[in-house]
Structures are given as C-alpha cells and as structure tokens.
Write a protein that binds this ligand. Structure first.
Ligand SMILES: Cc1ncc(COP(=O)(O)O)c(C=O)c1O
Length: 359
C-alpha cells in the first residue's frame, strides 16, 4: 500500500533497510551515554547542519515532537508577549501553547483558505516573540522565504520562531533569517513518528539564559543551556533519546547530502507539483482550497472537491493500493491533501493524477 498521507508519511525502502540494520547491529540496545551513540548522533546533527547550511554558532537539539518544540520556544524565549500568525490548526495550537504558558498573546488570524499578509500585521512594541507556521498542513497554505525575511528585517530584536514541520526536508529555509526553526520527522523527512529537531540562534540561546537568571524561564528542565550542556562535545541529551530515530535520521541525511541536499529535494518537489497543478487546472471537479496562487503549498497541496467525488476518489485509490490524505478537521469531507514529500516518487504522483481522472 502506498500512502500519500501528510504525516506519518511514506517511508522509503532504504529507510526500512536502515531500520532492519538498526535491529541487526544492536543499535536499539546501545547506551545513550556510549561512544557509539555519540558517533551516530554527531552524524545526524552534523548531517542536518550541512543539509540546511546551519551556521556554526546556531545550536541544534532533539525534541520529542514539534509540539514540544513550541513549548521550548515560548518557555525559553518569550518573556511577556507572543505574536502569532494564525491560518490553520497548528498555528492556532502554537498560539494556545503561549496562552497556556500565561503569555500575553496577540495574533493575526485569517479564515481557513486564506493566508496572512505579514506586511499588514500590527505587532506591538511590547511583543518579544513572534511565531509563524511556514506551511499550514491543515489548509495547504505556504508563506514564502520573503515573508520570513520581511519579518526578520522589520522586527530585528524580537525572537522570530518558524514552525517548518510540514515543509522540512523540502523548503530551502535560510536559517540565519530567524532565531528558532523546528519540525518533527514524520512528514517531509519520511521517518517514523516520535522525534523533532529545534534549531536555535545565539540570540535565542542568550535570551533563554537571561530569562533563567531572572527566574522567568518556563522551559523547566529543558532550558537551552541544559540541552547544550549535554549536546556539546558528546552530542547527547539530558534524558534518554530516541536512538532508533537518530540513527535513521543520520542515515537519511547522509544519502540526501550526497545526492544534492535540500536543493535537489526542492527541485524534485516542484517538478512533481507541476503534475498536480496541471491536473487540477484541467479537471473541473477539483480546485485548490487556497485561493491566492502564490500561497498554494507545493509541498502539501490541499484540494477541494464535491464530497461525493471525494468518496469515489478514496474508494478508487484504495482499490489501487493508495491511501490519500483526508482533509483536516472541518475540511475532512470536502478536501484531500497530498504529501509531495521527498519519499514520494514522480511515478506515485502520476498514479494519483490518473486516479483523479477516473473519479
Ligand atoms: C505545521 C505543524 N506543526 C506542528 C505539528 C505537530 O507535530 P507533532 O505531532 O510532531 O507534535 C504538525 C502536525 O501535523 C504540523 O503539521
């Protein structure tokens, strides 16, 4: 069965081989304080640094999920007030995390199907943390790198955090242009669920330390300084990490870096997206849920159709050993989503397009 679900997403045969190897080589049983762990973890962290061209002075830490990374960003780096761009379910969740941590929360919210105009946002001077979700997985809306760069230039002193959970592995983020980036691995990275990564600028790191000194850091045990105390030199973690996923990540990044890195993944994604776009533009049964063309996600496009057409499409897909990503929440019956991730081949997308023609 082939899955085009947006997460957990398709796992390639190579990753399945890596998983078997992890079992066969006894990697599942190694100590997270061993030299072997350090070697594997270093390979994963340095592989990610190379893949995203992460500057040397930026920190990288493991998390258990993207949701935990939201808590780490707010807990470590927001003193008083957090501003959120809300255009879907997970940007709303990020805002809720800030509310639960008792921050003053301001936000710019648009109806599902639209995308915020970052230039129109009114962000007060008292705000010290800004959050943006790069790719809204629930609606298929995507911001551009220019939007993020605009925020960086306009608000240089605030901590700017970007959730790249559903665009990671594909979108060539310019890491210097924000303070915190995070994602989990079960989407674009095509790995089993259960781990996230957070990338932290020196400015965000120093702010976390300052808030700790003032007794205002709400990250609990997981302050950035605590994470770094284990990460530096030994690439370890304060608690027992997901060694299995760290191994799979290291292997995947080695392959990706050898074959052209993120630029290759990005170009492949655009090429596959063209097939989807061509089908949607000529097949009157389907349209993109997001209206402004420039905001349509090429990574997780969300496609709208009559619920009857979608029932038929899901049934045809199932018969052909294909699982489609259903719509999210209130969009469940009237949309479907496509994981145009690196693990999904051009032939997989061609198959989907053929089936859309039969629905
Ligand atoms: C954009 C975005 N952010 C955050 C999350 C939450 O990820 P996790 O389940 O790894 O915490 C998701 C999950 O779908 C997501 O799509």
């Amino acid at each position: 069965m082939l899955t085009l679900n947006v997460g957990p997403s398709k796992v390639t045969d190579k990753t399945k081989q890596d998983a078997k190897e992890a079992c066969d080589k006894g990697i599942l049983e190694i100590s997270h304080r061993s030299e072997e762990f350090t070697r594997i973890s270093k390979k994963a962290i340095e592989g990610l640094r190379k893949f995203y061209r992460i500057p040397k002075d930026y920190y990288i830490f493991y998390t258990s999920s993207a949701t935990e990374a939201m808590e780490l960003a707010i807990g470590n780096c927001c003193k008083k007030a957090s501003f959120h761009f809300v255009d879907g379910n997970f940007s709303k969740q990020f805002k809720d995390v800030a509310l639960r941590l008792n921050k003053q929360v301001d936000f710019d919210e648009v109806k599902w199907g639209k995308i915020n105009d970052v230039k129109q946002a009114q962000i007060k001077k008292t705000v010290d943390h800004i959050a943006i979700t790069h790719n809204a997985t629930s609606t298929g809306a995507i911001f551009s790198m220019q939007d993020i760069s605009y925020l960086r230039k306009k608000y240089p002193s605030q901590i700017l955090t970007v959730d790249i959970t559903s665009s990671a592995g594909v979108f060539p983020a310019r890491i210097k242009e924000a303070d915190i980036w995070f994602f989990s691995v079960q989407k674009g990275f095509g790995l089993p669920a259960g781990m996230g990564l957070i990338i932290v600028s020196p400015k965000a790191f120093q702010k976390s330390i300052k808030l700790e000194e003032q007794n205002l850091n709400q990250a609990g045990f997981f302050t950035f300084a605590k994470l770094q105390s284990k990460m530096e030199e030994k690439y370890q973690t304060p608690c027992t990490p997901n060694v299995f996923l760290i191994y799979l990540l290291a292997q995947k990044l080695e392959r990706w870096n050898k074959r052209g890195g993120i630029q290759k993944n990005y170009q492949d994604c655009l090429e596959k997206y063209k097939l989807i776009e061509a089908e949607v533009s000529k097949n009157s049964k389907f349209k993109f849920f997001i209206k402004p063309k420039k905001a349509i996600s090429y990574i997780t496009p969300c496609i709208e159709a009559d619920p009857k057409v979608l029932i038929k499409l899901h049934a045809i897909a199932k018969k052909n050993d294909l699982i489609l990503g259903k719509g999210y929440g209130e969009l469940k019956e009237k949309t479907f989503r496509i994981a145009n991730f690196p693990s999904v081949k051009k032939s997989d997308i061609k198959k989907l397009v053929r089936l859309m023609n039969q629905a």
